[in-house]
Ligand binder design. Structure first.
Ligand code: G6P
Length: 597
């Protein structure tokens, strides 16, 4: 969360930084700012709101600058707390992503309520003509996480960047005359195809035409590794849609095709994952993730148990690292993260690696911190997901998890014949999703009908339970409705007490073999004067007294139903948010990638 962008070269820095921040605004959008060094002075502009608020044009011709788009952690949202921050003596300007945990230990007279301003002052105090050294010395004093870009007023040729726990990359132009700093490669201009990923504990001194990277504590210089960056998946714009969310929901057939592309053996009896080489036979799987990625892990648990036939469990990454989780030899840890940058997941992986577990990742962002840390994994190739609420990344993760279950199953008891049947069903999935997208037009009418709802319960059994909690999360994230998801069988064990007159429930019931059970639970709800939107599949005739509205998904095997059933929930939440005129792509208080604990 929070986006950082910097530029040093021969173009107008303000414009370059503004363009970069515009692409990063999904990382935080409560305030923003840009500083350039112009004729020996900082020119700084800060605004409350997303980078649009900064005028894209400036009369400054400065060729060096840094900028920030903020997701508040310390201090309320106002111009004073927006980045960049300038040291008290006016010499240092900084943009910071992360948290300085010991900021309270330093006694500075601050203008803002942020920990970042403390860092600016610490650097100013350490400065003796070498900005890189000053940054290194200051960082030795701080605890916590950071990705920073720093400039000194009297050094209009240098930006110093440093990282611990918050991603930063450096993009270099083809002729070496321009250098960019960004918290996400996605923000780099398309012509920049050479990138260096800054590692934790490293400091980079960046001038337009030269670059030094060294360890913060040793000042030992590294020969840095330049990696190619592929912009082919860049989102560009909304391509005619009013929101990124709608665009991304509708891109699901393509995202799912991309997740499967090149991953079936020639005879369609096995899965090929080029990025995985396991050193031991997998005896158990443990999924780690946060938010929607955690829900993907929950579906993954059902898939591994039913298809691969081995035990599986799932943990919130934020919990895993603080508890003892007994595991056995042969446990495979699968970390799921769309962004590949979520700090909770990243640190949970470090913990699992420290315990010598096999760890793989499923991420959507090539060369993201999690992809690099695990060194083994499966890329989603879903294309950038800009909207904060996850849609196509989730269904792409579920598709990959079906493949992972087949892959592991084939190393256990899953026969060739069964694997072939699964794969043949899986290959029909994009067409089923296309059908589901067509059906979802009625979600708009439904959301208009239920627009005044204040709370909602989402219920489902078996594979539908994780979708119930994902549906609840979507409606919470997008329409700010207080929602909860439960396994339908849990209703009697508490939630039923809160199901009263006019209570709203979304009931997920596409499974044929659970039909009778679901009918009886739905009747229990309706008998309490409550309302149900039912989601089922073609061919299941629910009695009319079990629902108010019903959506029929195309027929599909039970293990693929989660991928279809979540789609009407995505639309429903989106339309609900739109009916309240909420910002669908940028829900209040949230950020797309959460890089602070
Ligand atoms: C944030 C986002 C969620 C997302 C979660 C995990 O909380 O708002 O939508 O599910 O992070 O993100 P990841 O990138 O690790 O999948």
């Amino acid at each position: 969360m929070c986006g950082i962008f910097g530029y040093v070269g021969n173009k107008t820095a303000y414009t370059e930084v503004y363009d970069g921040l515009k692409k990063l605004e999904y990382r935080g959008y409560d305030s923003c700012g840009i500083s350039v060094i112009d004729k020996g002075k900082f020119r700084t502009i800060k605004k409350v709101g997303a980078p649009d608020e900064l005028n894209g044009k400036s009369n400054s011709k400065a060729t060096i600058g840094i900028g920030h788009t903020r997701w508040a952690t310390h201090g309320v949202v106002n111009v004073k707390n927006a980045h960049p921050h300038i040291s008290k003596d006016g010499t240092i300007v900084i943009v910071h992503n992360g948290v300085v945990e010991n900021a309270h230990q330093f006694d500075y007279d601050l203008k803002s309520d942020t920990d970042s301003e403390v860092l600016a002052n610490l650097i100013a105090d350490e400065y003796t003509l070498d900005l890189g050294k000053a940054v290194s010395r200051a960082l030795e004093k701080v605890e916590g996480t950071y990705g920073i870009a720093v400039m000194h007023r009297d050094d209009p040729k240098t930006i110093v960047a440093a990282r611990r726990g918050s991603p930063l990359c450096i993009g270099i132009s083809g002729d070496n005359s321009e250098t960019y700093i960004a918290s996400d490669t996605y923000a780099l201009p398309p012509e920049i195809s050479r990138v260096i990923y800054l590692e934790d504990g490293h400091v980079a001194t960046i001038a337009a035409d030269n670059l030094h990277i060294y360890k913060a504590d040793q000042a030992v210089e590294f020969s840095h590794k330049i990696t190619g960056v592929d912009h082919k998946y860049n989102a560009g714009d909304r391509e005619g849609y009013t929101t990124f969310l709608e665009k991304e929901i509708r891109e699901q057939p393509v995202a799912i095709r991309n997740a499967m592309r090149g991953r079936f053996s020639k005879d369609f009896t096995n899965i090929l994952f080029g990025g995985i080489k396991l050193r031991k036979k997998v005896r158990r799987v443990l999924f780690l993730g946060c938010g929607t990625a955690y829900h993907a892990g929950l579906v993954g648990k059902y898939l591994i148990e039913s298809i691969a036939g081995i035990p599986a469990s799932v943990e919130y990454a934020s919990e895993y690292k603080y508890k003892n989780t007994p595991t056995e030899d042969g446990t495979l840890i699968v970390a799921i993260s769309q962004s590949g940058e979520t700090i909770d997941t990243l640190t949970a992986i470090e913990e699992a690696q420290a315990q010598d577990h096999m760890v793989i990742s499923i991420t959507n962002v090539v060369a993201s911190s999690i992809a690099r840390l695990t060194n083994m994994g499966i890329y989603q190739h879903a294309g950038p997901e800009i909207s904060v609420a996850s849609s196509k990344a989730f269904t792409s993760q579920l598709t990959i998890l079906v493949m992972l279950a087949i892959y592991i199953g084939r190393k256990h008891n899953l026969s060739k014949v069964q694997a072939k049947r699964y794969i043949s069903q899986l290959r029909k999935l994009p067409a089923l999703i296309e059908k589901t997208l067509d059906i979802c037009t009625e979600c708009k009418t439904l959301s208009a009908k239920w627009t005044s709802m204040k709370s909602c319960k989402f219920l489902g059994r078996q594979f539908m339970y994780p979708i119930a909690i994902e549906g609840a999360l979507k409606l919470k994230e997008l329409a700010y409705v207080d929602c909860h998801g439960y396994p339908a069988g849990e209703l009697k064990h508490g939630p039923l007490a809160a199901v009263g007159y006019h209570a709203m429930c979304v009931y997920l019931a596409p499974q044929k073999e659970l039909f009778e059970k679901n009918v009886s639970t739905m009747k229990e709800i309706m008998a309490r004067d409550s309302h149900i939107i039912a989601i089922t599949q073609e061919g299941l005739d629910f009695p009319e007294d079990t629902y108010d509205n019903i959506i029929y998904l195309p027929k599909a095997p039970d293990y693929l139903q989660p991928i279809l059933a979540v789609i009407p929930l995505q639309f429903f939440s989106m339309y609900m948010a739109q009916s309240h005129q909420y910002n669908v792509d940028r829900p209040r208080h949230l950020a797309k990638s959460v890089t602070v604990e």
